[in-house]
Design a protein around this ligand. Structure first.
Ligand code: SF4
Length: 304
């Protein structure tokens, strides 16, 4: 198996109690079955606390019952009581992995860290995306991906990375994404050119269709006066590269090839609008977009 990592991946370190926006608040934490069974079997007062903090949500997932919108194990110092009492190897999968993500493509697996974590965001915006390849002895995963489309998307991604370095407009990138989708649907595997005179754009009303993590977040996004073309500087190029890296190849699985372009451009425009209209740092706005909008499967699903 070939593993692919952004070069900043190995530098990630959770800020723990010093985190400005801990991932242990606001989100519902889904507990995997093995961890839930382990927690239920602990015969100590801490085990009683674990058992009384688990429930099953409307989707049938086992989750921790948040208290005041915080994980019940996030203590007053913003440290994790499960980590303190049981050790890091006893965290459930969700907590052990976040903010890391991975996507398997059969013979290769791509890894990354999520923009929604402030410490990860700092790394993502702090350097250009460079990818490192690390082989291991794992067998390839079974998969049903369309190999021709997958190889084409890899070529397209290289073309996008090159274009990011040279500079681009959002409307031109959207037009390019549309042409890529049309080509794949016609089984035409030529990479289209970039035309920065593109006229495609998105409607601000898309923001009204999203679900939001918090009421404050929703208010911030819905009160933006507009979503516009932006000046794509170095930091925006790095955020764009993050989105393309995370979502473009993965579109081989759902056949919605324009969606990664739309999401990446929408993210940049919304982040820029938040920064300008709400007085946020670009990195704060990027974390907010990722937390409030990107991390909802429902939101990703309704993108055009
Ligand atoms: S958001 Fe990131 S830095 Fe903050 S507590 Fe979670 S993993 Fe750690």
């Amino acid at each position: 198996m070939i593993n692919i990592y952004p070069s900043y991946y190995k530098n990630f370190k959770c800020a723990a109690g010093d985190c400005a926006d801990t991932c242990c608040a606001k989100w519902e934490i889904v507990v995997d079955e093995d961890s839930a069974n382990f927690y239920k079997g602990i015969k100590t007062p801490f085990g009683d606390r674990l058992r009384s903090s688990l429930t099953v949500d409307t989707d049938g997932d086992t989750v921790f019952i948040n208290r005041n919108n915080r994980c019940p194990f996030l203590n007053d110092s913003n440290l994790c009581d499960i980590y303190i009492n049981l050790g890091g190897d006893k965290l459930c999968d969700t907590c052990a992995k976040f903010p890391r993500f991975s996507t398997s493509f059969g013979g290769s697996r791509e890894w990354g860290i999520s923009l929604s974590c402030p410490a990860a965001c700092e790394l993502i915006v702090g350097s250009d995306l460079e990818l490192e390849t690390v082989p291991d002895d794992d067998d390839p995963d079974l998969n049903e991906l369309d190999a021709e489309v997958f190889l084409y998307l890899k070529k397209v991604r290289e073309a996008v990375f090159s274009r990011i370095r040279d500079g681009f407009t959002l409307s031109g990138m959207l037009a390019f994404g549309k042409a890529v989708e049309e080509n794949i649907n016609n089984r035409d595997f030529s990479v289209p050119g970039f035309d920065d005179e593109g006229k495609l754009y998105f409607d601000k009303r898309i923001l009204e269709r999203f679900e939001y993590l918090t009421a404050e977040g929703r208010e911030k996004f819905l009160s933006l006066s507009s979503l516009k073309e932006i000046k794509v500087d170095t930091v925006y190029k790095r955020i764009f590269a993050y989105y393309i890296y995370r979502y473009l190849l993965a579109s081989v699985y759902d056949g919605r090839y324009y969606k990664p372009f739309y999401l990446s451009c929408l993210a940049l425009s919304a982040i820029d609008a938040l920064a300008l209209q709400k007085g946020l740092q670009v990195s704060e706005a990027a974390v907010l977009f990722a937390k409030e909008i990107e991390h909802s499967d429902k939101n990703i699903d309704i993108l055009t």
